[in-house]
Design a protein. Structure first.
Length: 244
């Protein structure tokens, strides 16, 4: 139902610090070893085994507990494939939220793509290297300012036909963050969602580019629906403009 780039500790933080030491296991010494361990954890639906592959150094207890459900949701799904991949274009190493700057606690070198059995449903998990070992990234925060306004969670979702062939679409959204415009690409196939923090969505548009199927656009801000389009089966764009 989605394609997510998962920054462990910020978007879907998964809990427990010091798990590798507690289990008496050495961390993976290569990206391929990390991949094998992630694959095994998903196939066993073992959230603790997956959590043991995360670098938790510096990650706060509050952040771990707030996002613990993310891990449980990920391992419940049936996995089709996992593979190593390079970092996506415009990968963000830092996020700023309510006067706190968040960044990975390892040197990020790539992502692990998790493709679930449901067509169009996948996760992309950053991983990195630290002290000659490889980990799924944790996220640490450093306060740098007192925010003028409190940012709110924003979710953009494109929903579409996934079978027998996933619908293909392209589009983007522009939202305000601290009064500044930020553009996010939402192109993909089947279904895709993006979650981030900001002031509000200013503009969003998406267009179906495949010959068959339909898409719809759903936008929520601070847990409340801001836009919910009907299903569109033509190549006419779905457009949202904020009414301020």
């Amino acid at each position: 139902m989605r394609t997510n780039l998962v920054m462990i500790g910020l978007a879907f933080c998964i809990g427990g610090s010091g798990l590798q030491a507690a289990q008496g296991k050495e961390p993976p010494a290569s990206a391929n070893q990390l991949l094998s361990a992630v694959d095994a954890a998903f196939k066993a639906k073992d959230k603790d085994a997956l959590a043991a592959l995360v670098s938790w150094q510096g990650v706060s207890d509050e952040m771990r507990s707030m996002h613990a459900e993310g891990l449980a949701a990920m391992v419940k799904q049936e996995v089709k494939t996992v593979k190593l991949a390079p970092l996506p274009d415009r990968f963000k190493m830092e996020y700023e939220l309510n006067g706190v700057r968040y960044h990975p606690n390892v040197a990020v070198v790539g992502i692990i793509e998790v493709q679930y059995a449901q067509a169009g449903n996948s996760d992309q998990i950053p991983y990195g290297k630290k002290d000659n070992a490889f980990y799924l990234t944790g996220t640490v925060g450093e306060k740098f300012a007192t925010p003028a306004t409190k940012e709110k969670p924003i979710n953009i979702m494109v929903m579409g036909v996934t079978a027998p062939e996933p619908v293909v679409f392209e589009g983007y959204c522009v939202y305000l963050k601290g009064g500044k415009e930020v553009r996010e690409d939402i192109s993909g196939k089947g279904n895709r969602s993006k979650a981030f923090w900001g002031d509000h969505v200013k503009h969003c548009e998406v267009r179906k580019t495949s010959g068959t199927g339909w898409i719809s656009l759903v936008i929520s801000e601070d847990g409340k629906s801001a836009f919910n389009s009907p299903q569109v089966a033509t190549d006419k764009p779905i457009v949202y403009d904020a009414k301020l």
